[in-house]
Design a protein around this ligand. Structure first.
Ligand code: NDP
Length: 263
């Protein structure tokens, strides 16, 4: 199937590793030029170089902490001075949290609000006008199954991802007249460095290994009994970005191996 994406331009936040990197490769395989943003500039540059070499597309590595408004301003300036705009925005950067509501301080709530919600607000506000000029586009917000079905140990993550889903729905209504489709993907268990970090934290000081924990959580929670690879999830991102998904607007799609218990 020709996804009609060749020659488009995409910005992927958190595109240097994990799901974001898999999305970057999958889009580049369709001929999309790729800008990657992450805090660690060396890792972003290495990913951008590998994508350019593998797929023969243009790439940019743009170091930024998307939880910081000033960094987003710099990111947008760097991006729009290299390219006249983008067609695809993937708001993917994010990470798990670990806390109790009664003891988590305000600044932790604020950090995750900035990372999971305001980054998407600020980047959409800055870059949607360039999509409009270029004739339309697609914005995909990577939330989580936890936006609907929370994990007990990360209430701030659950809450901020839920807010991202609602933001996405509101933005979709505002941008569809300009032919910009906004959707959310809620992945389930995807084996990335972030899960390995979480498993390490949760098993520290216990007699279980991180791998035991990961196998058990997949066995206990998912009908499919395993984690997804980042590539399995990335395929769905690519489809939603393409004109083949032209009637997909303002929706939330679960890619979760059957983990969601009710719809
Ligand atoms: P990883 O930790 O593997 O990768 C996270 C990426 O985001 C890295 O490129 C990291 O680079 C970047 N990043 C993190 N914080 C920032 C920041 N403040 N500013 C800019 N870049 C940042 O994560 P995953 O691939 O597992 O997750 C990606 C997204 O998918 C997240 O939003 C996560 O919540 C969501 N998700 C993941 C699931 C899973 O099972 N893995 C399930 C459901 C949702 P650097 O550290 O250099 O900044």
């Amino acid at each position: 199937m020709d996804l009609a994406l060749s020659g488009k331009r995409a910005l992927i936040t958190g595109g240097s590793v994990g799901i974001g990197l898999a999305v970057a490769h999958a889009l580049a395989a369709e001929g999309v030029h790729i800008a990657i943003c992450a805090r660690n500039g060396d890792r972003a540059q290495a990913a951008a170089d590998a994508i350019a070499q593998t797929h023969g597309v243009e790439t940019l590595a743009l170091p930024a902490d998307v939880a910081q408004a000033a960094d987003i301003n710099h990111l947008v300036t760097a991006l729009t001075s290299a390219w006249d705009g983008i067609d695809i925005l993937i708001n993917n950067a994010g990470t798990g949290s670990e806390e109790k509501i009664l003891t988590a301080p305000d600044d932790k709530w604020q950090y995750y609000w900035d990372l999971h919600v305001m980054a998407a607000v600020r980047l959409s506000r800055a870059l949607a006008p360039t999509m409009k000029t270029r004739g339309g586009g697609a914005i995909i917000n990577n939330a989580s199954i936890c936006a609907t079905q929370p994990l007990y140990y990360e209430p701030i993550y659950n809450t901020t991802k839920s807010a991202l889903v609602m933001f996405s729905k509101c933005l979709a209504n505002e941008l569809i007249p300009d032919d910009i489709r906004v959707n959310t993907i809620n992945p389930g268990l995807v084996l990335t460095p972030d899960w390995r970090k979480t498993a390490g934290i949760l098993t520290e000081g216990t007699d279980r290994t991180a791998d035991d924990y990961l196998n058990q959580i997949a066995e206990d929670n998912t009908p499919i009994k395993r984690f997804a690879s980042p590539e399995e999830v990335a395929n769905f991102f690519v489809f939603l970005c393409s004109p083949k998904a032209s009637y997909c607007v303002g929706s939330t799609y679960y890619v979760d191996g059957g983990w969601l218990k009710v719809t």
